[in-house]
Each structure stands twice: as structure tokens, then as C-alpha cells.
Design a protein around this ligand. Structure first.
Ligand code: NAP
Ligand code: MG
Length: 491
């Protein structure tokens, strides 16, 4: 080969973009309409009203869902109470475990279908729903199925018993996974539940209702009512609910806390976050950049524990930012069903508005905005990965949760300064520390006022690990042995 030929062959294919690789939807049947799942049956809402869930990537309607009013919530609570008294609370714990195992196994069998529907209804990349949401949801059912007949050993010397009927309200960012987080420990401890999924992502909850019916759980042990905020409020206000488990915004968390003040209803609240990812100069920088990308661009930044603040040591700040911007250019934004997609659709037009509002605010506050140059699809709700530099601690984009793929970058010089900045927030859900010094990991993670601190990694979950926040990020813990406690009476 002449040197000219060699040059030509090297220049030959300069377009390294991937060909489309969409996941097939052939095996998925989404019904035109879903009713409420109450007492083991699918029933129409008293009002006969239905709302539509959209696909945020195509802006096309997917299905109609029943809008549950107070009357329907009351029916669901009565069904849950009946099942609690007549059956579930008195059942041998090992038998409860068997039912929960069945749910886990059917979920695994239908994993591909669940992943596709999750991506269609909520906009998250199929790679995430397939590799994270659905397997983790099944893992939660497996994990808590194992606890069902061992609960007494979890709290030695104490007598354990169920709490009663749990009302569970979940958000749209991890629809199936949040349902699993809520339902699995409640059932393992002998409680029955009324669950409300978010208005924009109810479909996998309705598929889960089918799974629960297929697993032949006694009627009324799990009831699923769809609707908007009003349906959630009807659950919170129902006098025969013994425990509320809520995951969502700090704003609604406050409303719930006020509504329950002075009552004997127990509650756990998993709320917002504004986590700091701290990168020290001695960190493996390429790995750290992957951690930043995973921390804030994963699931479009629709993650309560997202690493939405980057604190980078001044000596490596330019280097890290350069690497980050290069990496951002390679991220693919687009069709959630494409296996190459890194960043899917923003969940709703309302959420896109919120994110865009913060992009404006950030610029008005004087920060410098950098976005990747990728093309966006014509239809649907999208946001390019975005980084703000030149931000001050007092800026709203540093203090407030944006819940989108938007990173605010600050620098620091000393360990103490990094910790002080990380903790200077009303939230305290999670954090990250990147360094090759073990002692620094222990020092910093001990000083961070956050429920979860990842070291040299980010956004990793396991059913055995407790999860929950400090300060305005919530009350109580879910997951692991800690996650049993809110669903038990301990004597
Ligand atoms: P949200 O508006 O608080 O909604 C959460 C759930 O509460 C939804 O099902 C919602 O119904 C319902 N709801 C709304 N108003 C209610 C009321 N007055 N009473 C009872 N229920 C009510 O939160 P989101 O915007 O869906 O989710 C994003 C938020 O969740 C973020 O702040 C995020 O940080 C947080 N989050 C926290 C965790 C955690 O573990 N800490 C995990 C995931 C998400 P509709 O959606 O149908 O209106
Ligand atoms: Mg939807």
C-alpha cells in the first residue's frame, strides 16, 4: 500500500455514528384502556372518567387509564383491609414468601415486555429499563421474599407484627422499580397495600397488577389505583390507612406531613436531592468523568439521587472539564427504544418546561452554559446534556433540584472546603467521592450529610442497601433490613 492509499483508508470512514438499533415492540400488547385493580379484579372507576398516558418520545397516546376518585380509593382501602384481616396478616410467613417469589419470577419471565413498556411510557433509554429498572425490581421481590419468614431474626428479642393497610404513592422516574420498593417489603411483613403510580407513567404498574393476578395473590392484598395528585391525596386522607409510604417531591412531601400531623398514621417520605460529586486531584480522572456522566445524564437526570453538582479540585478542574465536554459530545440523545441511546426523552412537557426555566435562570444568574452539539429529534421532549460553570453557592441552579440532565460545576482547594460546599444544601440524599486515597474516602463520606455516599462509583443500587435522606430529602429508610422496620410493629 502506498502512503497515499494508507491515508485514504484511514480517512475513509470518518462517520463513527451507530446505525439505528431499535428494540422491537412486536411482543408487547398495550391495551386501549386499563381499569383500577381492586380486590383482585379490574374494575371501572365510579366516575367513569379516564385519562391518557402519552409516549414522551413520540407525543402519541399509549392507553387510557381510570381516574380513581375518593370513592374508588375507599373501595380499594376496604378491599385491602378485608384481605389483611381475613387472610394475609395471619398467613404463615413462608407462604407469604412463596407468593412474593412468584411475583419475582413472573416479572423475570416478562422482563423484556416490562422494559419496552417502561421506556415507551416514561421515555427512559431501553438500555436502562432493560439492565437496571426491571432486573432491580425483580431483585427487590426476590430479596424481600427471602425475609418473609425471617423477620423475627432481623430484630432479636423483639416481637414483630404487621402494621395494617399501607397507602403507597410513587413518582414517574422509576415507575416499576418504585412499585417494587414499596410493595415487596410491605407484603413480606404481612401488610396489604393500595398503590398509586404517577399520572404520566402508570403502565408498568398495570402490567404488575396482571402479574399479581397471575401469581394468584389473595384478592385485595395488592390494589392499584391510577389517577393524578388528587388520587394520592385521597389515599393520604383516608382514615383507615395505617401507614403512608411516599416517594416524590419535597413540596408534596410537606403537604403529606402536614395532613398526617397529629394522626397516628405512620409515614416514610423519600424526597428530592441535590447531590455533590466530589472529584479530588488524585482520582482516576477518566473513571471520574464516567461517574459524572452516569451521575447526572443517566435517566435524563430524572433521578432523586443524581449527582447534579460537581465539586472538582481546582488543580484538575480544567482537565476534568475538558474530558467531560469531550465525553458529552459522544452521548446519543434520542429514541428511548434504540439500544445505543444514552439520554432518552424528558418525561413530560411540564418537566421540560421546568428544566428550560432553570436553563434560563442559570444564564440570568451569570453562569456559563455549555451544551453538547447533538441533533435532537423533531417530535417529543428532549434536553441536551448541559453543564454550567462559573456558578456560586447561592445560585438557584446550585441550590434547587432541577431533575434534568443539567450539571452545576464548582471548584474547591481543600478537603474541608469540598465537604462544606457539599453540605451547603437543604437536601441530603446522596453524594459521591472520587480519590485513590482510602483514608480520604472514609473522612469525606463520614462528614457528608447524605443518606448514601458512593466512593469511586455513582448511582449503584442493591436491594440489600438501605436508601433514604437527611434534612429535606426525607424521613425513614427503604431497602435492606432497614426497609422492613416501617412495615412492622415491634414490641
Ligand atoms: P411529585 O409531584 O411529588 O409526585 C409524586 C407522586 O405523588 C405522584 O404519584 C403524584 O401524582 C402524587 N401526588 C401529587 N400531589 C399529591 C398530593 N397532594 N397528595 C398525595 N400525592 C400527590 O413528584 P414527581 O414530580 O412525580 O417526582 C419527582 C420527585 O420525586 C423529585 O423531587 C425527586 O427527587 C423525587 N424522588 C425521590 C426519590 C427518593 O427515593 N428520595 C426517588 C424518586 C424520586 P401525579 O404524578 O399523578 O400527579
Ligand atoms: Mg406516559
Amino acid at each position: 500500500m502506498s502512503s497515499n492509499d494508507q491515508e485514504n483508508s484511514l480517512n475513509f470512514n470518518t462517520d463513527w455514528s451507530y446505525s439505528p438499533a431499535p428494540e422491537s415492540t412486536d411482543h408487547v400488547t398495550i391495551k386501549d384502556r386499563y381499569d383500577l385493580f381492586i380486590g383482585g379484579e379490574f374494575v371501572a372507576p365510579a366516575s367513569d372518567k379516564y385519562f391518557t398516558s402519552m409516549n414522551p418520545a413520540t407525543e402519541e397516546p399509549l392507553a387510557e387509564l381510570a381516574e380513581a376518585g375518593a370513592e374508588d380509593v375507599d373501595r380499594a382501602v376496604k378491599a385491602a383491609r378485608k384481605a389483611y384481616k381475613q387472610n394475609w396478616s395471619g398467613l404463615a410467613p413462608a407462604s407469604r414468601g412463596k407468593y412474593i417469589y412468584r411475583i419475582a419470577r413472573i416479572l423475570q419471565e416478562r422482563a423484556r415486555e416490562f422494559a419496552v413498556v417502561e421506556s415507551m411510557d416514561g421515555g427512559k433509554p431501553i438500555r436502562e429499563s432493560r439492565d437496571i429498572d426491571v432486573p432491580l425490581a425483580a431483585a427487590h421481590f426476590f430479596y424481600y421474599a427471602g425475609w418473609a419468614d425471617k423477620v423475627d431474626y432481623a430484630f432479636p428479642g423483639r416481637k414483630t407484627g404487621p402494621v395494617g393497610v399501607a397507602g403507597q404513592i410513587i413518582p414517574w422516574n422509576f415507575p416499576l422499580l418504585m412499585a417494587a420498593w414499596k410493595i415487596a417489603p410491605a407484603l413480606a411483613c404481612g401488610n396489604t397495600v393500595v398503590l398509586k403510580p404517577a399520572e404520566t407513567t402508570p403502565l408498568t404498574a398495570m402490567l404488575l397488577a396482571e402479574v399479581i393476578a397471575e401469581a394468584e395473590l389473595p384478592p385485595g392484598v395488592v390494589n392499584i389505583v391510577t389517577g393524578a395528585g388528587k388520587t394520592g391525596a385521597a389515599i393520604v386522607d383516608h382514615p383507615d390507612i395505617d401507614k403512608i409510604a411516599f416517594t416524590g417531591s419535597t413540596e408534596v412531601g410537606r403537604i403529606i406531613q402536614k395532613a398526617l400531623a397529629g394522626t397516628d398514621t405512620r409515614y416514610t417520605l423519600e424526597l428530592g436531592g441535590k447531590a455533590a460529586n466530589i472529584i479530588f486531584e488524585d482520582a482516576a480522572l477518566d473513571q471520574a468523568v464516567e461517574g459524572i456522566v452516569n451521575g447526572i445524564f443517566f435517566n435524563q437526570g430524572h433521578v432523586c439521587c443524581a449527582g447534579s453538582r460537581l465539586l472538582v479540585q481546582e488543580s484538575v478542574a480544567d482537565d476534568v472539564l475538558g474530558r467531560l465536554k469531550d465525553r458529552m459530545e459522544t452521548l446519543i440523545v434520542g429514541d428511548p427504544l434504540d439500544k445505543n441511546t444514552d439520554i432518552g426523552a424528558i418525561n413530560s412537557s411540564m418537566q421540560l418546561e421546568t428544566i428550560n426555566k432553570y436553563l434560563e435562570i442559570g444564564q440570568q444568574e451569570g453562569a456559563t452554559m455549555h451544551q453538547s452539539s447533538c441533533a435532537l429529534p423533531d417530535k417529543g421532549h428532549w434536553c441536551r446534556p448541559t453543564v454550567f460553570t462559573g456558578v456560586a453557592q447561592s445560585h438557584r441552579i446550585v441550590q434547587e433540584e432541577i431533575f434534568g440532565p443539567v450539571l452545576a460545576v464548582q471548584t474547591f482547594r481543600t478537603v474541608d472546603e469540598a465537604v462544606a460546599k457539599a453540605n451547603n444544601t437543604p437536601y441530603g440524599l446522596s453524594g459521591g467521592v472520587w480519590t485513590d486515597k482510602g483514608a480520604k474516602i472514609f473522612k469525606v463520606s463520614n462528614q457528608m450529610r447524605a443518606g448514601v455516599v458512593w466512593a469511586n462509583t455513582f448511582n449503584k443500587f442493591d436491594p440489600g442497601s438501605p436508601f433514604g435522606g437527611y434534612k429535606e430529602s426525607g424521613v425513614g429508610r427503604e431497602g435492606g433490613l432497614h426497609g422492613l422496620k416501617p412495615y412492622l410493629q415491634l414490641a
